[in-house]
Design a protein around this ligand. Structure first.
Ligand code: TXA
Ligand code: MG
Length: 388
């Protein structure tokens, strides 16, 4: 009895490093484990997934337990071959095939009517099911070798940033699952675009790298763009993608968004004032004496145009004068000359890095609401407390 308890609590986690031209034999044990009802974390082109055999209810249940995920948040079924689609979904509309032809395999998830073969727990009791064909050689080989459809939420603890590198998964799930397949850094770094095709007017429920604009341009199909979330979500609010009602992607530090402003000097000034205000609030909230020297650690994730104009010594001196705090900065920047793809690619990784450094505050620059910027701002807003 005692032994059983022990083994349930602690599992030895094997991290399997895979090169781009990896040998299939390296993932065979993980594929066999997956098929037989164990959980395996694996890379996809978006983020790492925590995989389980979709037909095995106990395995799917374990996914919810391991992540600490609310039971009313359904999972995406991952497939490697189009012919398996009809096992998972029924009454598939033509538009699904039209979209898959262009965008699959790739970072796209479709909501379709569910087949009875899919256990209720997968779709949290909904009559629809989410399906996706990932485009990552490890993911595809793993699904293929396991011979079953694979449910895979992002491989993080519920509420934490989605993992984009194997060490992120290890941080959250070591000791809980037998295998993590390490395929390096995920190509996109943010989760797939989710499109609801179970309604008369298809709509994007979660923005990703594939946008309504891309779809219109390459297929002529009109999909309603993601509607930015309402603020102040009620606890009994029933969103179409149930995952949307939960707080997401949160690092431990407070996250603040630095608003756009064509005037760079004004934007940098906002940044300085925002940090000063944060420190002053901290002082008054904790009843701290101003003359008691304290330290604070701030992570900055900024567009290159901003970071180039930033004088950190000036910031440190100025903040020390106004608050008596010594501020430690960690500055990371991204290139946004061709849109927000770089920002989106690095966001979750930077959250985790800043957490490792025990940052108290993280400030990220806002991006324009087009292309990857829509998804970047969606994830950033879910993690952030306020804007400056
Ligand atoms: O890129 C991705 O999609 C990653 C990789 C691993 O494939 N997966 C992922 O899964 O992001 P997860 O579980 O973290 O997010 C799935 C989202 C949740 O917000 C969930 O509510 C929504 O999909 N979803 C799943 N089934 C649904 C359904 N039948 N109707 C509406 N939304 C659904
Ligand atoms: Mg997730």
């Amino acid at each position: 009895m005692k032994k059983q308890l022990m083994s349930k609590q602690m599992t030895k986690t094997e991290l399997i490093k895979l090169d781009p031209d990896f040998d299939l034999s390296l993932i065979k044990p993980a594929a066999a484990a997956l098929r037989s009802g164990e959980l395996v974390a694996f890379p996809t082109e978006t983020v790492y997934g925590l995989g389980a055999n979709a037909f095995c209810e106990t395995a799917v249940k374990r996914v919810f337990e391991v992540k600490g995920r609310p039971q009313d948040n359904p999972l995406i079924v991952h497939l490697s071959k189009f012919e398996h689609l009809s096992e998972i979904s029924i009454n598939i509309p033509q538009i699904a095939y039209d979209l898959l032809e262009v965008f699959a395999p790739g970072p796209l998830t479709l909501i379709l009517p569910k087949s009875d073969l899919v256990p209720e727990i997968v779709s949290a009791g909904l009559s629809t099911v989410a399906i996706r064909f990932p485009d990552n050689s490890v993911a595809r080989a793993l699904i293929e070798l396991s011979g079953v459809p694979i449910v895979a939420p992002s491989a993080n603890l519920s509420g934490r940033p989605s993992p984009t590198q194997a060490w992120h998964v290890y941080q959250d799930l070591a000791g809980k699952i037998p295998y993590i397949l390490d395929g390096g850094t995920c190509a996109y770094g943010l989760e797939s675009t989710i499109i609801d095709l179970s309604v008369a007017d298809p709509v994007i429920l979660r923005p990703g790298f594939i946008t309504a604009y891309d779809i219109k341009k390459s297929t002529g199909i009109k999909i309603t763009e993601f509607q930015a979330e309402q603020s102040g979500i009620e606890p009994d609010f029933q969103p179409k993608a149930p995952g949307q009602k939960y707080r997401h992607y949160s690092p431990r530090a407070t996250v603040i968004i630095l608003r756009e402003n064509p005037d760079l000097a004004a934007r940098l000034n906002n940044l300085l004032n925002g940090i000063e205000k944060f420190i002053q609030n901290k002082i008054s909230a904790n009843n701290l004496k101003k003359d008691n020297p304290q330290e604070i650690s701030v992570g900055l994730f900024l567009a290159e145009e901003l970071s180039k104009g930033l004088d950190l010594d000036y910031f440190k001196n100025s903040l020390h004068r106004s608050t008596c705090y010594n501020v430690r900065f960690k500055l990371e920047s991204y290139n946004n000359q061709r849109g927000a793809a770089d920002a989106a690619h690095d966001l979750f990784n930077r959250f985790r890095e800043f957490d490792q450094l025990q940052a108290d505050l993280i400030i990220c620059s806002a991006e324009q609401m087009s292309g990857a910027g829509i998804a970047y701002m969606n994830r950033l807003k879910k993690a952030a407390s306020y804007e400056i």
